[in-house]
Design a protein around this ligand. Sequence first.
Ligand code: ADP
Length: 238
Amino acid sequence: MSFLEIENAVKQFGGLRAVDDVSFSLERGEIVGLLGPNGSGKTTLINLISGALPATSGDIRLNGMQLTGLRRDRIARAGVARTFQLVRILPSLSLMENVMITAVFGRNTHWGDDAKRVAMDALDMVGLSARATAAAGDLTYIDQKRLELARALAAEPEILLLDEWLAGLNPTELSEGVALIRKLHQGGLTILMVEHIIDAVRALCPRVVVMNSGQLIADEATDAALSDPKVISAYLGG
Ligand code: ADP
C-alpha cells in the first residue's frame, strides 16, 4: 500500500473531463512535481484530493483511508493540507489569527492557548513568528505567501499540496522559497506540488507526474520527463 493512492480519478464538468481516469501514488516522505500545460487539470486534481470538489468517480486514499466522499474538514483532519493559487489570507486579522483559524479547522483544536501554540509553531516554520501580531494585509507578497503556507502547516498535515506556491516571486525570494519547501520536506512532510518553474522542480522533485487534457501522460524521474517527447509535445500544444 502506498501513502497516497489515486485510482481512476475522474472529474467531469458538464461535457468536459477535467480529470480523466488519473491513477498514481506517492510514498510517504516523497516530494513529487505535478506538471502540465494550463488547463490540463492540475488544480482540479488538487481540489479532488483536498475535498474542495467531489470526484465524479474513482478512489483517493491516504494511508489506506478512503478520502473520496469525505467532507473537506474531515480530509483536513486526516492529514491533507493545501495552499491556493491565489492566497486566501484575511487581511484585517493578525498573522496569528489567520493561522489559528486553520489550526482550529484542521485539527479540531479549540480557539485559545492550544491553537495559539500551534499557530506560533507554524509561523516560526515559515520565518514569520516575529510579526505574529501584525495585520496580514500589511505583508509583502512573499510574506503573504509564507502566511498562506503557515495556514496550511497549522493543520499539522502529513501531506502538503502546493498549487504554484512559488509563482510570482523574484529570484531571491524564489531561492528562499525553494529552501523553505526543502526544509519542510526534510522535516518529513510528503509534498505534491503543482509548479511551472522548471528550475525549482528540478531542484526539489526527483520525480514528476505530468497531465495533459485531464490525462496522466507521464510518471517518471524529472530529468526523463523533461526530455520525454510526449511531455514536450503537450507543452507545445501538440
Ligand atoms: P490547470 O490547473 O492544469 O491549469 P484546471 O484544473 O484549472 O487546469 O482546469 C482544467 C479544465 O477544467 C479547464 O478546461 C478548466 O476550464 C476546467 N474547469 C476547472 N474548474 C472548473 C469548474 N469549476 N467548472 C467548469 N470547468 C472547470
